[in-house]
Design a binder for this molecule. Structure first.
Ligand code: WT7
Length: 648
């Protein structure tokens, strides 16, 4: 039995959800009258420009629609409606890699977003429904660009700056983007790095839909310039008017796309809608981080991931709080950087990934004690399971045993948190996501919908549609259905399956046990094994590869590749590994690099030719093989591979 950590009583007193009773009251209300529950929050939180007809339209399930025919605008939700009371409050506190700080008030944010919206609209003819790809560093202009898109109804698709030119081109082409917004580059660990050249490479082949590349100056390094397509943000922005009326958007108009990995080689463009997304972004922001007036909220994610979308930009700004945006890394110039920033900006909530916690713990166990962290109230983690030692250090040393830790479980597809402790209410079991948030019906079930017995692994499903859920995979409705609504049914009806396994304990607490599909979670980032294998296939000397995840001390999971060569013995593992990684870096980006490889004579296959990945996973982890190997085409291959991996 692990220890239970009760919420700090002093803190609970003023919390927005102050007790488990208050939690159950909300959750029961949702279960009794689901649509009434969501209606009350939609009416309270959204500044409707025209009322909606229906709360939830299930007629075309699983293509659910929320708040049908309602009209709103997200940049109004995040900016305009706050101006009467918060014009001079900081919307964004930006800290650059080299320590430069900029405060941007809501009034300034308004001016800059309006100008950028006018720039997109007037100079590049960007219209409602057009796709705009952002390939941006962590600078305020990235936020302006996101909000400018929402202001004019353009659909943004942010591509993480660590992705390669090939990966960027694939995403530009899939979305048929009209404009790409980028920067010359930015700074990391005190040095400039470049982005614009990656866009140039991406557009050398493909990218036919792109009419303009808008370039923001950040590091002032020399870049190549193509007069027929490149435009300078800095030269054009001043001439734009600071008034751009916002577009009237429908609740179900697509708001943004964000590409993520699945179990095939091709990334999926997860499509989110307008009203449902912004509603849940704001609600979770207020509840899970227990927002209060004058809070300064810091989420360390990159805007290229869903965490950055929802909890750097849309959640904090729709809730009218101050969001911190950081260009650099928390280990530069030393392992105290994050703690120094908390002290300097008087940060009240700090939200990061277990990978970062493990790294900071390892690099500077006592480092947090050197700074004044007393402003902190809530600490958050996201992206991967957190291990108990990292949890304990985060709780005791960073939070001084006073802050609640919210282990937030969710996904790109869910738009916002699904399962998480509430800081003023939930008795916490370390490293456990605890309970579904009020209004979310999360169940651990078997394929037929029966509840999985306590203590056993089942499928983590969200069995009722929720407002911020994925609406579609861009251009591929069939894949949307098969990816999410084909595995599990409840009462005969397909329900949303997350792709994760989970376990429920005797007290009803949910623990996520990890992906059940062929997706690896490296430092909290999803990568499909099929995507990696599709790249490896292009190495001439390789006949077959099978990629699995292997526990990694810092990254959570690392990438382990089994390689079968066309001609055995012709190359050393090191040569092959560097060959593979060169290609992975080019085609996907540095996040997809293999940590380890094993050159093997063959991989375990069933007689029908299916690779038995489970066996390969067990071997990579050094686990005893418990699976039945008698159905394999060649059962002896298992010992052969085990021996190779052990001796490597
Ligand atoms: C996958 C989603 C959610 C934003 C960042 C990643 C894993 C996420 C947790 C958690 C255990 C977690 C799941 C999920 N995951 N949060 N608190 N505990 N696992 O978004 O790239 O869409 O990845 O991350 O496996 O399916 P994503």
């Amino acid at each position: 039995m692990s220890k239970i950590y009760y919420p700090n009583a002093e803190f609970s007193k003023d919390a927005s959800i102050p007790s488990m009773e208050a939690y159950w009251k909300l959750q029961n209300r949702a279960l009794e009258d689901y649509e009434g529950y969501w209606k009350s929050f939609a009416d309270e939180k959204i500044d409707w420009l025209a009322p909606y007809d229906e709360v939830l339209d299930e007629s075309d399930a699983p293509f659910y629609k929320w708040f049908t025919n309602g009209k709103l605008n997200v940049s109004n939700q995040c900016i305009d409606r706050h101006l009467a009371t918060k014009a001079n409050q900081d919307a964004i506190v930006f800290e650059g890699d080299r320590g430069d700080v900029e405060h941007i008030t809501y009034a300034q944010l308004s001016t800059r977003v309006n100008k950028m919206a006018n720039l997109l609209k007037n100079e590049f003819n960007v219209k409602k429904g057009d796709r705009v790809v952002l390939y941006m560093p962590m600078i305020p202009e990235a936020t302006y660009a996101m909000l400018a898109c929402t202001r004019i109804g353009a659909i943004h698709s942010i591509v993480f700056g660590g992705f390669s030119a090939d990966a960027l081109r694939d995403r530009i082409d899939d979305a048929k983007a009209k404009v790409v917004i980028t920067a010359d580059g930015a700074f990391r660990k005190g040095k400039p790095y470049m982005l614009k050249n990656v866009v140039d490479d991406a557009l050398k082949e493909g990218g036919e839909s792109v009419e303009a590349v808008l370039v923001v100056k950040r590091n002032n390094e020399p870049i190549e310039w193509n007069d027929s397509i490149d435009y300078s943000y800095n030269d054009m922005i001043d001439a734009q008017s600071d008034e751009c009326p916002f577009e009237i958007m429908d609740s179900e108009d697509p708001m943004f796309l964000l590409y993520t990995s699945g179990s095939t080689g091709k990334p999926k463009g997860v499509q989110h809608s307008t009203a449902g997304y912004i509603l849940w972004a704001q609600m979770t922001m207020e509840w899970v981080f227990d927002l209060r007036d004058n809070d300064v909220f810091w989420c360390t994610a990159d805007i290229g991931w869903i965490t950055g979308h929802t909890y750097i930009v849309y959640g904090p700004l729709s809730a009218g709080t101050t969001t911190v945006m950081f260009e650099g890394v928390p280990t530069y110039p030393d392992a105290g950087r994050a703690w120094k920033m908390i002290e300097d900006h008087k940060i009240t909530q700090f939200y990061t990934a277990p990978t970062a916690i493990r790294l900071l713990h390892k690099m500077g166990e006592d480092e947090p004690n050197k700074y004044d962290l007393t402003t902190l109230r809530v600490l958050g983690t996201v992206g991967e399971p957190i291990d108990p030692p990292a949890w304990k250090w985060y709780y005791e040393v960073v939070g001084n045993s006073k802050c609640a830790i919210v282990d937030t479980y969710w996904q790109t597809e869910t738009g916002g948190h699904m399962i998480s402790p509430l800081p003023g209410a939930t008795p916490i079991k370390p490293a456990c996501a605890t309970f579904a948030l009020p209004g979310i019906v999360a169940e651990v079930i078997e394929e037929d919908g029966t509840p999985t017995p306590v203590g056993e692994k089942g499928f983590m499903c969200i069995t009722k549609p929720w407002p911020s859920m994925i609406r579609n995979i861009w251009g591929d409705p069939e894949r949307f259905k098969t990816s999410y609504f084909s595995e599990c049914k409840k009462d005969g009806k397909p329900v949303y399956f997350t792709g994760d396994g989970a376990m429920i304990d005797e007290d009803g607490y949910i623990t996520i046990t990890g992906r059940t599909d062929d997706v690896i979670n490296v430092s909290g980032h999803r990568i499909g094994t099929a995507e990696i294998e599709a790249v490896i296939k292009h190495v001439d000397t390789i006949a077959v590869s099978a990629v699995v995840g292997k526990p990694h001390e810092i990254k959570g999971e690392g990438i382990f590749a089994y390689i079968v060569l066309k001609e055995e013995g012709s190359y050393s593992p090191d040569e092959i590994k560097s060959e593979i990684n060169k290609l992975l870096k080019k085609e996907i980006g540095a996040i997809a690099l293999c940590d380890e490889i094993a050159i093997v004579p063959d991989v375990p296959k069933t007689r029908s030719g299916k690779i038995m990945r489970r066996i390969l996973r067990s071997i990579a982890k050094g686990e005893e093989i418990t699976q039945d190997t008698s159905t394999l085409e060649d059962p002896t291959i298992v010992q052969t591979i085990e021996k190779i991996v052990k001796e490597a």
